[in-house]
Design a protein around this ligand. Structure first.
Ligand code: ATP
Length: 306
């Protein structure tokens, strides 16, 4: 029987390292980042619709303000690229159930783009190779290739030149979420402003972080989390400093603004420590809401076909 509908599950990410090089002439920055995919997921379902009807998008979930339901959505852009490059008519409905915080520095939009690539490939039996998927992903954004793979990986260039990181163990995270997002371009602009006049070296992967991941030493991973955008995110949203302080006070192994923020990710030793910290953060009154997650987890993958 022909497949009528495909559901793909895709995780969020945190950056264990985000080192930002000097601003280049085209406005971008060379990066070295260490991504880890974590167990907070969006589900994307694509279903055949009547011939000629085009693509109709719907977004559901508790906090979806700011997510476009038109052709500017990254999942719709993925569909446009594949339709053109693979000469396929995409007459379908695409439903995205969002749990990944929007504009939270957790790559929600990129995750949806990766999910759309995997879902369209499966629904239309395109037989895309990994390399072909990555080629489409890179046109959509620098985090999209990682969201296809998941796990733990080093990203260089714009973050889209990936190599697997040798990482062992499972890491427990507590995420302090904010109800209002931060725009990634404005955080980079603030980073440039704060660094004006300084000489910025080209970024390198942190040996200490890589050794800690290889040894599954979560205490050492906690000590070596690093994010060059953290000062900029805190400058734009001073409450983030308070949140970082509360996490440290209540026993987190390490705390870091995730990507461009405003989500703050705390590494904890186990599930129980995660519960304790989640309670402390909630009671502190400085955090909008709290989520717990583990990583690494796989990237975008089909969970149901009908
Ligand atoms: P990153 O960590 O990659 O910088 P982010 O997690 O901070 O991204 P997103 O959740 O990806 O931010 O959203 C950033 C903006 O992208 C949103 O405000 C929205 O305007 C736009 N956007 C486009 N498509 C999507 C999508 N499918 N889901 C969420 N946002 C989307």
């Amino acid at each position: 029987m022909a497949t009528n509908s495909v559901t793909v599950r895709v995780p969020a990410k945190v950056n264990l390292q985000l080192s930002v090089g000097p601003r280049e002439n085209d406005g971008f920055h060379g990066l070295v980042t260490v991504f880890q995919a974590i167990s907070i997921y969006d589900d994307l379902t694509i279903t055949h619709a009547a011939p000629g009807s085009g693509l109709a998008l719907s977004i559901t979930g508790d906090h979806i303000a700011g997510v476009p339901a038109d052709e500017t959505n990254l999942a719709a852009k993925a569909a446009q690229i594949i339709a053109k490059e693979y000469d396929v008519e995409i007459d379908a409905t695409m439903q995205i159930l969002k749990t990944i915080p929007v504009a939270g520095g957790m790559a929600g939009g990129s995750a949806n783009a990766a999910a759309a690539i995997v879902a369209i490939d499966a629904l239309y039996s395109l037989g895309m190779t990994r390399e072909e998927m990555v080629k489409v992903a890179r046109q959509l954004g620098s985090d999209v290739p990682f969201m296809l793979n998941g796990g733990t990986a080093i990203g260089r260039g714009r973050g889209d030149e990936l190599t697997a990181a040798l990482s062992r163990g499972t890491y427990h995270w507590v995420l302090a979420l904010s109800s209002a997002g931060l725009s990634t371009p404005s955080v980079y602009a603030e980073c440039d402003r704060l660094r004006a006049g300084l000489i910025i070296a080209n970024p390198q992967a942190s040996d200490k972080l890589m050794q800690s991941l290889l040894a599954a030493d979560e205490i050492s991973v906690g000590k070596h989390l690093i994010n060059d955008l953290q000062s900029a995110a805190c400058s734009l949203r001073p409450a983030l400093r308070l949140i970082l302080d509360v996490g440290q006070e209540y026993g987190a192994l390490g705390g870091i603004v995730s990507g461009s923020g405003p989500t703050v990710a705390f590494l904890v030793s186990d599930e129980e420590a995660g519960l304790d910290l989640a309670v402390a953060l909630t009671a502190s009154g400085v955090v909008g809401s709290v989520a717990r997650a583990t990583g690494p987890v796989p990237g975008a993958r089909v969970i149901e076909t009908r």
